[in-house]
Design a protein around this ligand. Structure first.
Ligand SMILES: [Zn+2]
Length: 209
């Protein structure tokens, strides 16, 4: 599945559990990119891409990876402010959900709205949909979502349904299967169902049927 992701312009959000295959997918997408800044929460990027490791969010530079010592909104905000000094660049947020504790007003929102005009693309990776600002989803260009558990809070799915009408399908996917969406007018239009056919997934789907 090739998607036409413009790394210095578009925003892609990838949502999936650990071991769903989302890291491999993201690695494919960022292959063409030679200028990136990474919030390297699980310490996967620095070695792989030869990025400079940085501990202080205000000291990120082009082709550096922030390995933050805490997961706070303040750290996230500083990282974004520092990253926005640059242009023609991809910003990768690995495991952004660690930093967002249901706080909708962040620098992330600013970046989402203005980043494109500054030559900044974004890849935002999260374990879960719940906790992400709705606006973040609505303003994305691509949404790629794996299996998400049936949401526990009663009206949680309803909150997302206006932007992701097919949201209920995601609890029925097998672990490595995903749906790729193009966001159009703040609504997720499915463009590709990538059904995994490994033995585990086939077994899982037969259990759901
Ligand atoms: Zn599978």
């Amino acid at each position: 599945m090739n998607i036409d992701f413009k790394w210095n312009q578009d925003t892609l959000i990838a949502i999936g559990a650990s071991r769903s295959g989302k890291s491999d997918f993201v690695k494919q997408v960022i292959k063409p990119c030679k200028r990136m800044i990474v919030l390297d929460s699980n310490h996967e990027y620095a070695e792989r891409y030869g990025l400079k490791k940085v501990k202080n969010p205000l000291q990120v530079t082009l082709n550096s990876a922030l390995q933050a010592s805490d997961y706070t909104l303040s750290t996230l905000n500083k990282f974004i402010i520092a990253s926005r000094q640059f242009t023609n660049c991809l910003i990768v947020f690995e495991d952004i959900d660690l930093f967002l504790k249901n706080v909708p007003e962040t620098q992330a929102k600013n970046l989402q709205i203005n980043g494109r005009h500054q030559g900044l693309g974004q890849i935002i990776v999260s374990h879960r949909l719940v906790g992400l600002p709705l606006l973040m989803i609505q303003k994305a260009d691509y949404l790629v979502m794996w299996k998400v558990p049936k949401m526990l809070e009663k009206n949680e799915n309803d909150k997302w349904r206006s932007s992701i009408p097919t949201i209920d399908l995601h609890s029925q996917l097998s672990t490595h299967s995903k749906i790729v969406y193009r966001m159009k007018s703040e609504v997720a239009k499915p463009i590709h169902l990538d059904q995994c056919n490994c033995a585990e997934c086939i077994l899982e789907r037969s259990g759901n049927a």
